[in-house]
Design a binder for this molecule. Structure first.
Ligand code: SF4
Ligand code: ZN
Length: 420
């Protein structure tokens, strides 16, 4: 027998009204920050006998034991079991943690995997909110939303720093790598269907992402495998299959099937999109792109900026300024939102020549994508250490300096045809 949990037993309110709530440094009791200390969030599929349903364990200090304003480690492992559960569903459930934790009054959550950040406000702490209540929320929401596959659920939350380090490095990262490797073996050509995602229509009513093995959703959080799992979990939900039988143009990634799908899921707002071009019918952007690329006319190339980058780009625009031109679910040729992992893809702007158009990226982003990007450049063009040819903020923040740098490095974009 399955019981629907409607009430969450925590000392503060739980409602979607709190999702947008921001907790400023001065209002915060404690924070957890995966970019500074070891953190992780993980769903782990277990055998039925390994799990005690609704058991919530905290290993390490509670909020009371943490210093006011301190930065701490946290790692939560949500163990699930059920006869219809599949490991492919794990990342889809994990992705919902962001919503669940954000719905808690006085608690804020961003990021995912081992890079999440959580703040607990002074008010929530004063109301008696504790770490174990995060477990309570995760338990009840996972049981609620995923009752088709999760029969039993147990939550272990680690706050002991040594345990968090162990969970992150010995448990979570190997699992994340395994998932990424599985995806890396898939190509757009090797699958029969792509997936639409309309999760963002709540904010961007006409926006549709078309998710393929080599092009993940622009939020960076929905891979083709995730979209597939989402579709299996909820056949009438946000991710629908798109066939790819009627090719219009292979280079552009244009398909009649894809066009029909975006027409349908955008309620007619969109006529057609291509998968591999930023100039011709590019995919639309909502607001949650990890990165934006935009054409840089002096070098025949493109500049990419990531959300975390606060500085200036050689386009004379900051990330927010680029974002204001790109978002809202409309097509803006020459500008495109995308996920970080798309940068190393063989399908990145394939129609315009591919990754050899990339002339500038913030240093941090360049380092983050270097391994994959360099491997792709080697494979496609025979270029070694391609990232060394790409400018960053330490090299240039204006087009003249950038072009001089690219010329010195012999960057291939300079020899390509102008994009407009
Ligand atoms: Fe889905 Fe795209 Fe929104 Fe990501 S950005 S949640 S893939 S619609
Ligand atoms: Zn979005």
């Amino acid at each position: 027998i399955k019981i629907k949990i409607t009430n969450v037993d925590i000392p503060v309110a739980f409602a979607s009204a709190f999702e947008g709530e921001i907790i400023r440094r001065g209002d915060m009791q404690v924070e957890f920050d995966g970019s500074r200390v070891d953190c992780a969030e993980l769903v782990h599929t277990c055998e039925m006998t390994e799990i005690e349903d609704h058991k919530i364990t905290v290993v390490g200090p509670e909020v009371d034991d943490m210093e006011l304003g301190s930065k701490n480690s946290i790692a939560y492992v949500v163990k699930v079991a059920g006869k219809n559960m599949q490991p492919d569903f794990e990342p889809v459930i994990e992705r919902k943690f962001h919503n669940y934790i954000n719905c808690i009054e006085g608690v804020y959550h961003t990021g995912q995997r081992d890079m999440q950040r959580i703040r607990i406000s002074k008010d929530a702490f004063a109301a008696g909110f504790k770490i174990k209540h995060i477990g309570e929320v995760l338990y009840s929401q996972v049981k609620n939303e995923f009752d088709a596959v999760v029969d039993k659920c147990e939550v272990v939350i680690y706050t002991d720093p040594a345990e968090c380090t162990r969970i992150r490095h010995e448990v979570a990262i190997p699992i994340f790598n395994k998932r990424d490797d599985r995806l890396a073996t898939l190509t757009d050509e090797s699958v029969d269907v792509y997936y639409s995602c309309i999760l963002c229509q709540a904010f961007s009513p006409s926006h549709v992402c078309v998710v393929t093995p080599e092009r993940l959703g622009l939020c960076g959080a929905v891979s083709w495998l995730d979209a597939k799992a989402t579709h299996q979990l909820d056949p009438n939900g946000p991710c629908q299959e798109i066939t790819k039988e009627r090719v219009i143009d292979e280079e552009l990634g244009a398909y009649e099937d894809v066009n029909e799908a975006v027409q349908k899921y955008s309620q007619g707002a969109l006529e057609k999109v291509t998968l591999y071009s930023i100039m011709q019918d590019p995919m639309t952007s909502c607001g949650c792109f990890e990165c934006i690329c935009g054409i840089e006319p002096f070098s025949n190339g493109v500049v990419i900026a990531n959300r975390e980058y606060a500085g200036m780009t050689p386009l004379g625009m900051t990330f927010p300024e680029m974002a204001s031109m790109t978002g809202g679910g409309v097509q803006t040729p020459g500008f495109m939102g995308h996920g970080k992992h798309f940068i190393g893809s063989k399908k990145f702007m394939k129609a315009e020549g591919g990754i050899e158009r990339i002339v500038w990226m913030p240093k941090e982003l360049k380092e983050f994508v270097a391994d994959r990007l360099n491997a792709t450049a080697k494979e496609l063009y025979g270029i070694d250490n391609f990232t060394d040819m790409i400018g960053d903020e330490t090299v240039a923040e204006d087009p003249e300096t950038l072009v001089a740098f690219l010329t010195e490095k012999g960057h291939p974009a300079l020899g390509l045809e102008p994009m407009m």
